[in-house]
Write a protein that binds this ligand. Structure first.
Ligand code: HEC
Length: 109
């Protein structure tokens, strides 16, 4: 039985470390995405036309180092599109849009 104790402890520490490693900022941003209803389309299997946040993060990863990527994406996201308007995008405040864009640019974890 001593064996079980020896294996359980390292596993527990790994779980604990992973929990601590998730940054408070990333947690706040994904909570904001929940609060703003982003998940009713993104990362929702019933909305196949909206890319998942993982897909968006992958697509945007190449712009991570660009100086004005964040500003451009914030503007694009909030700008009304004549075809296929997305009110939850348009209704974001600049601050919320910036927080969410930054979160996606950082990998949307
Ligand atoms: C009603 C469904 C819906 C909701 C709710 C929604 N989105 Fe989207 N979003 C889409 C679709 C569809 C696209 C793909 C548009 C395209 O490819 O032209 C998209 C694209 C995006 C993009 C890619 C850039 C762009 O402008 O095309 C980002 C970033 C994004 N959404 C973030 C968000 C965030 C953050 C929220 C929460 C505030 C959100 N979305 C809520 C449907 C939605």
């Amino acid at each position: 039985m001593a064996h079980a104790h020896h294996t359980a402890l390292p596993i527990l520490s790994i779980v604990l470390l992973c929990t601590l490693a998730a940054s408070p900022l990333a947690q706040a941003s994904s909570a904001l995405a929940v609060e703003k209803g982003c998940y009713s389309c993104h990362s929702n299997a019933f909305h196949p036309n909206a890319p998942s946040f993982e897909q968006l993060a992958e697509r945007l990863a190449k712009r991570r180092g660009e100086a004005d990527a964040e500003d451009q994406l914030v503007n694009e996201l909030r700008k009304p599109r004549p075809l296929g308007r997305i009110p939850p995008h348009e209704q974001l405040s600049e601050d919320s849009a910036r927080t969410l864009v930054r979160w996606i640019l950082d990998g949307a974890h």
